[in-house]
Design a protein around this ligand. Structure first.
Ligand SMILES: [Zn+2]
Length: 141
């Protein structure tokens, strides 16, 4: 993803430097998109800390506090090809959040990685429920 961004950034710089009018605008737009891609792609993934879970994708970042998370579960068929898989968080209000920062193709290796991550997240959720004074919810929701 980062390599793709760098290639598009170089094409954009070339268009801005060498091409007339309209191509410069196209180059500027392509360059801005590429710069975002180059900056965000290496930061995509999941961050788990005392606050909760931060889900970073190329497009956006979502922070979900532990207090809002009711459960975790699988997310299948999440890509345009239908072959992508990841995990979801379900909030106490019933909102489902796909953790696209963990997404990968449905392979045995990905499935094993996601099962391990799910077990770790479930343990953190359970720990939070026992130690958080504002989470007086009995058991998993
Ligand atoms: Zn809490």
């Amino acid at each position: 993803m980062t390599v793709t961004g760098v290639v598009f950034l170089l094409v954009a710089i070339t268009e801005i430097a060498l091409e007339p009018g309209g191509a410069k605008v196209f180059g500027a737009v392509t360059g801005a998109f590429s710069a975002v891609l180059v900056y965000r792609a290496p930061r995509a993934g999941l961050v788990v800390d005392d606050f909760g879970i931060t889900n970073r994708t190329v497009e956006w970042t979502h922070r979900i506090p532990w207090c809002e998370i009711a459960s975790t579960g699988p997310a299948v068929g999440i890509s345009a090809s239908g072959l992508g898989t990841s995990l979801t968080l379900v909030t106490h209000e019933g909102r489902r959040i796909v953790l696209r920062g963990l997404a990968g193709y449905s392979t045995r290796r990905t499935t094993a990685r996601l099962q391990k991550t799910k077990a770790q997240l479930d343990a953190r959720i359970a720990d939070h429920r026992t130690s958080c004074p504002t989470c007086a919810r009995p058991g998993p929701a």
